[in-house]
Design a protein around this ligand. Sequence first.
Ligand code: SF4
Ligand code: SF4
Length: 93
Amino acid sequence: MISIDDKIYTLKFYVDEKNSHLRIKDPKICFKKCKERFCLYFCPAGVYRVEKDTLLVNYQACLECGSCRAGCPFKNIEWSYPKSGYGVCYKFG
Ligand code: SF4
Ligand code: SF4
């Protein structure tokens, strides 16, 4: 059986190095109100990671699945598609 990691390996990413299409609106909410840190679990690409007191957003690996918009109970993630010409490329459908 093919794992998610193996499938992700087949993708190509055109990274906009200057602009992130994901933004945490209020980082304080993540640490004061959201103890469960749901984004660490619902993101299939592992874009979100906690390091010390910071929620890191590795937007370069985003699969553009859109789960962030529904998955954060505090609507604390500003989500948009990457600018035209950037983002994930699904080579095999
Ligand atoms: Fe922050 Fe939302 Fe992630 Fe919770 S689920 S840690 S509020 S971005
Ligand atoms: Fe992760 Fe999907 Fe949100 Fe991208 S859109 S950060 S892949 S949950």
